[in-house]
Design a protein around this ligand. Structure first.
Ligand SMILES: [Fe+2]
Ligand SMILES: [Fe+2]
Length: 475
């Protein structure tokens, strides 16, 4: 069951060859996908041999195999976690019933929307990151970027498989549309706003993989609870890939911080001008990037009160983070939850029905998880003996969705006038000058074992390879 068939044109562990119609439909989508990869995948990279890991089985011990591959030849395919025998629905109105192997007609529209929204983020991030290879700080980082990119491509495959298999013609049309929308394009943008923002430099890339891929983790965790069993099994396997993306972000930021702290100690200064002249990214700028990516990402969880969120839960389509570990009735009717509201120009707590607050519940779980990494970054600063602490901004800071979109709030959580906001915004969010400075550091370093001046080398190579390993052969 867990073995992956690599002799098929489309590698899979779902016995694809037994369903000819589905196989043909996916084989028709495959060249369109490859065309999209050629047009919108990593810029100028088609002929590189990249040291990538490929899934060879979905067993936790044995799925990663490393080797040099040209990215267009990467074996994108369909990998589901093994089915759990007699799996039962464990939340919502259908609690205790058998999990669905097919989609109940009445939930088709909502499930389609959930799958398409998730699927759309996958190619979007590849598009957002497509120019970064031209300014990589090292071969190691270039390889990690490409690894993230091919896996996001595979996540698109994961969602398109569900669309093709369970949604017939509608699903095939959605599969095509997923290849047609473009990140940031005005007339046909990606569905969610954070996926239309540019990822213009590597500091943004590391922040994105730390914060925004973590949003991916939480969405996937919620879908891994789904009563629709194929969705649960697909997202479970996607989560194993997602872990690496967040590692790239966390360790990337950690290495930037480490290099900056080393320069601060060498030069015995915290003067931003002097540090920038020395070619490292000052800690206040890192804080502003953090503020930006954190706030844009928490918007992705949606409105703080949402009847859709309630419907998705009660109908069993989308659970909570770690639903199975929670000690309540898993129905949540009559429960309440605190969300923030604006009253007389102040932020106040407001109790709302728990079911309507499930976006907020997931956002709060996300916030807890993402703060962990910020604390680990602070350890790096502390170890260098520097009195500076990074901090995740207040939940109400720089929000564009839900109630909080109507107020301006400082990173500490103080409600501000428009004028106060305008005076201080450049201290809180990356300014044009910050972005131009960071951009000025982005030069391409590709000699094996060499790193840009603004980032420290990693503690260990990929798959324990030596420091000067040739991760990418440029041909
Ligand atoms: Fe993904
Ligand atoms: Fe990801």
């Amino acid at each position: 069951m867990t073995a992956i068939n690599y002799t098929d044109k489309i590698p899979n562990n779902v016995n694809l060859s037994e369903d000819r119609t589905l196989q043909r439909a996916l084989e028709q989508w495959q060249p369109n996908y490859l065309k999209w990869w050629g047009d919108m995948g990593p810029d100028h990279s088609q002929n590189f041999d990249v040291y990538l890991r490929t899934a060879v089985s979905v067993d936790p011990q044995g799925w990663a195999q490393f080797g040099h591959v040209k990215m267009p030849d990467y074996r994108w395919g369909i990998f589901l976690n093994p089915a759990e025998k007699d799996r039962k629905i464990h939340f919502g109105d259908h609690l205790g019933e058998d999990a669905w192997q097919d989609i109940p007609g009445e939930y088709r529209a909502n499930l389609r929307r959930i799958i398409v929204t998730q699927g759309d983020t996958e190619p979007a991030s590849v598009e957002q990151q497509r120019h970064l290879g031209l300014t990589c700080p090292s071969q190691y980082d270039l390889r990690n970027l490409f690894q993230v990119n091919v896996e996001e491509g595979r996540h698109l495959w994961a969602m398109v498989y569900l669309l093709h298999k369970y949604f017939g013609r509608d699903g095939r049309e959605e599969g095509e549309a997923l290849l047609q929308r473009r990140s940031g394009q005005e007339d046909n943008p990606r569905i969610l706003q954070a996926f239309n923002e540019e990822t213009p430099d590597w500091l943004s890339f590391f922040m994105f993989t730390y914060f925004t891929d973590r949003d991916g983790k939480f969405q996937l965790c919620a879908l891994a609870e789904s009563s629709f069993d194929p969705l649960a099994r697909t997202t479970k396997f996607m989560l194993t890939e997602e872990a690496h993306h967040m590692f790239v972000g966390e360790s990337g930021i950690s290495r930037v911080i480490s290099r900056t702290c080393a320069a601060m100690n060498e030069l015995k200064t915290d003067d931003v001008g002097k540090l920038r002249a020395a070619g490292v990214i000052d800690l206040p700028t890192i804080q502003r990037y953090l503020n930006f990516h954190f706030s844009v990402t928490i918007d992705l969880f949606g409105a703080d009160e949402s009847s859709n969120a309630a419907t998705f839960y009660t109908t069993g389509l989308k659970g909570r983070f770690e639903e199975g570990k929670r000690m309540d009735d898993h129905i949540l009717k009559g429960g309440t939850y605190k969300v923030l509201a604006v009253q007389g120009g102040q932020l106040v707590d407001k109790e709302v029905p728990m079911l309507n607050a499930l976006n907020e519940v997931l956002r709060d779980d996300y916030i807890k998880d993402s703060i962990g990494g910020v604390e680990r970054w602070n350890k790096v600063i502390e170890k260098a003996g520097i009195p500076f602490k990074l901090k995740a901004p207040h939940k109400a800071f720089h929000r564009n969705i839900g109630t909080l979109a109507s107020v301006k709030v400082s990173p500490e959580g103080r409600v501000l006038s428009e004028a106060e906001w305008a005076t201080h915004v450049d201290q809180w969010l990356p300014s044009e000058t910050d972005r131009a400075f960071v951009a000025s550091l982005m030069g391409r370093v590709v000699e094996p074992g060499k790193f840009s001046n603004w980032i420290a080398p990693p503690v260990m190579g990929v798959n324990r390879q030596p420091a000067d390993f040739e991760y990418v052969r440029f041909n």
